[in-house]
Design a protein around this ligand. Structure first.
Ligand code: PEP
Length: 245
């Protein structure tokens, strides 16, 4: 039987407002335990607007690899933890493709986050072209090794989110079987660095998850939850996904 507590992450991206903060927090606060671990990652300006509640935690969508100094526009891991933030999404495909974040920088961000007491949610995933060229596993292994090969201690403090780029915001989800095969590969691959940490690692899936398709994904042995973009902006849908995880 699976011992890993499911994790459901809302990635609001650059969306949302004070009304959504209130509505989401009210709805999640009313959900009855037992619940998965629920994490809301709103734009950083809203992080301190969420009332504290046992039913959810707060995460950032990004974090600086630096600790402090002349880095205009950046936010440090220490600033996030001081604001009550527990997690940070790192290496989301939008940050990789739109902001030029490469494996080396992402690796530094994971280390800085862990060292400051934040749990990094490391996003990895292949493009459609890479999948069609049967390079998926090679790409994922490279993205994982960039972080964990030289610093395997980070694994025990991490969450990994498998996010096929062709499934993000497209309405095209990986089938539960496709996602399970990849999640199993990720766990097996990471076992070379730390068998126990790989077994305990939560590997969540992201890519057009909805209240309709989530149950089949959650039923797979190595899918430990989901990272949700579009559907996390709909209070009823996101609450329903949390209840099904
Ligand atoms: C995401 O933001 O990483 C994501 C998976 O978005 P969506 O659920 O909209 O595909």
């Amino acid at each position: 039987m699976r011992q890993r507590k499911p994790l459901v992450v809302a990635n609001w991206k650059m969306n949302g407002n004070s009304d959504l903060v209130q509505q989401m927090s009210d709805a999640l606060s009313m959900l009855k335990q037992p619940l998965p671990e629920i994490l809301i990652c709103p734009p950083v300006i809203f992080l301190t607007h969420f009332p504290k509640h046992q039913n959810y935690k707060l995460g950032a969508q990004n974090v600086s690899e630096q600790q402090s100094g002349a880095f205009t526009g950046e936010i440090s891991a220490d600033m996030l933890t001081a604001a009550g933030v527990t997690h940070a999404i790192i290496g989301h495909s939008e940050r990789r493709s739109l902001y030029g974040e490469l494996d080396g920088l992402i690796s530094q961000k994971v280390k800085t986050a862990v060292d400051a007491g934040l749990t990094p949610i490391l996003c990895i995933g292949e493009t459609l072209q890479q999948r069609e060229e049967e390079k998926t596993l090679e790409v994922l292994a490279r993205q994982l090794d960039a972080v964990y090969a030289a610093q395997p201690y980070l694994l025990a403090h991490s969450v990994v989110s498998y996010e096929p780029i062709w499934a993000i915001g497209t309405g095209r989800t990986a089938t539960p079987e496709q996602a399970q095969l990849v999640h199993q590969f990720i766990r097996q691959h990471l076992a070379q660095y730390d068998v126990d940490a790989a077994d305990a690692l939560r590997i969540i899936y992201g890519g057009s998850v909805t209240a309709t398709n989530c149950q089949a994904l959650f039923a797979e042995a190595d899918i430990d939850g989901a990272l949700i973009g579009g559907a996390s902006l709909k209070v009823a849908d996101f609450s329903a996904i949390c209840e099904m995880a």
